[in-house]
Ligand binder design. Structure first.
Ligand SMILES: *Cc1c(COP(=O)(O)O)cnc(C)c1O
Length: 396
């Protein structure tokens, strides 16, 4: 506390009056001992639940060995995680960083440098989409297709163009001789849980091929099993040139990664890009244990099955509810679009022991752990559906 009785933190977040102090699986406890079912996963981070034992054990043993060395040396864990990620995706190379914004920042830099240094083209513009979210650094907030994240931060970096999402017809007119890449979320997260349409993605890929543009897929929220496949691009049968990851990659330990195709290797030569903490032995240990667990325990398949179950349950129980406009999503990334703002509903759910998160003013976003026990899932759905039913009745 400051002398004026206010928090010593910058007020960048409007925080709920809850202090969570313990977590296990899909349950959380606050400092008053109240228990919650977690349908947020720290915003698609703790995809394996809180304190997953296998990741914990790997971290604990790494903590005894070595925490940090400079990237001027070989880091075996980093090599291993790069191998695992490329073995399980269409990418061939990895660069490690610490957050989603940094992964996208690396992708933007790589796209520009590949065009200049490898293709010899003076192209630098990247097409992104309205309602997209790509991060809070200067370049990534500029890439983001929402004005609210840009307020007060001008001058912004140059070189981003915004096309309407899921509008196949509108895309081509945004391509010029300056365009070098298209950056896309397969399901927009912050923008309201909007899955990309098949025909829209087909058009994106067709135009990338036609104009020699790089396709950057931001899988920071959709990756690591969240949508029912390890990566959401797999639903569409496409092969992005660049994939960015963070949130779920370290089960809560900060790890970001940018994955890319082999042709991009010569664009990121020694000295062209770096970060002190990228891919430390500890960070990459968290990534290795997370990915091992996901693959061995078939977590993406589980997310797919549970996602179908949740959408069916919601559909059955909310049929005729005047508040609910649409239920949509992929795997365990599900949005319930409501006819009204949902701020109050979120607080009511918290009071009844369920944590959910909004995606924009009207969409309730469900992001439970992919490992959530059936019992916790059903309990959470029960709380949510009964609040929605109550609200629907009181709205009439
Ligand atoms: C969260 C998110 C980011 C930013 O990640 P940070 O780790 O907060 O920098 C970027 N893109 C998408 C799609 C995200 O959901």
């Amino acid at each position: 506390m400051n002398q004026d009785g206010k928090s010593a933190l910058f007020p960048t977040y409007s925080r709920y009056p809850i202090a969570l102090v313990k977590g296990e699986g899909s349950r959380l406890w606050d400092d008053q001992g109240k228990e919650y079912i977690d349908f947020m996963s720290g915003l698609a981070v703790t995809n394996l639940g809180h304190v997953p034992q296998r990741v914990k054990q790997k971290l604990v043993s790494q903590l005894d060995q070595l925490w940090h060395v400079s990237n001027l040396f070989h880091i075996p864990n980093q090599e291993q995680l790069a191998q695992m990620l490329t073995d399980n995706s269409c990418a061939d190379l990895a660069f490690f960083c610490n957050s989603g914004a940094e992964a996208n920042e690396a992708a933007i830099k790589l796209a520009r440098r590949y065009n200049r240094k490898v293709l010899g083209k003076e192209r630098h513009e990247i097409i992104t989409f309205q309602q997209s979210f790509h991060g809070r650094t200067m370049a990534t907030l500029t890439a983001t297709g929402q004005d609210k994240v840009k307020d007060g931060f001008a001058p912004l970096p140059e070189g981003f163009v915004y096309a309407p999402y899921n509008d196949a017809d509108a895309l081509e007119s945004h391509i010029t001789e300056r365009t070098c890449a298209i950056m896309l979320e397969m399901v927009q997260g912050e923008g309201g849980v909007n899955p990309a349409d098949e025909d829209f993605v087909e058009e994106v890929v067709r135009l990338c091929e036609l104009h020699g543009l790089l396709l950057i897929v931001d899988e920071i929220q959709t990756g690591m099993g969240r949508t029912g496949r390890l990566f959401a691009y797999e639903h569409y049968g496409i092969e992005p040139d660049i994939i960015t990851l963070a949130k779920g990659l370290g089960s809560g330990f900060p790890v970001g990664a940018m994955l890319g195709k082999a042709k991009l290797r010569e664009a990121f030569t020694p000295g062209s890009h770096a970060t002190t903490f990228g891919g430390t032995p500890i960070a990459t240990a968290a990534g290795i244990a997370t990915l091992e667990t996901m693959l061995e325990e078939q977590i993406p398949e589980r997310a797919h099955a549970l996602g179908e179950y949740v959408v069916k349950q919601l559909g059955d129980r909310l049929r005729g509810n005047s508040l609910v406009k649409q239920i949509r999503g992929k795997g365990l990334m599900i949005g319930i679009e409501c006819a009204e703002p949902i701020g109050e509903l979120i607080v009511e759910a918290q009071r009844e022991g369920l944590l959910v998160v909004p995606a924009g003013p009207n969409v309730i976003r469900l992001l439970p752990a992919l490992t959530i026990p059936q019992e916790d899932l059903d309990r959470g759905l029960e709380i949510l559906c009964s609040i929605l039913a109550r609200k629907s009745v009181s709205a009439v």
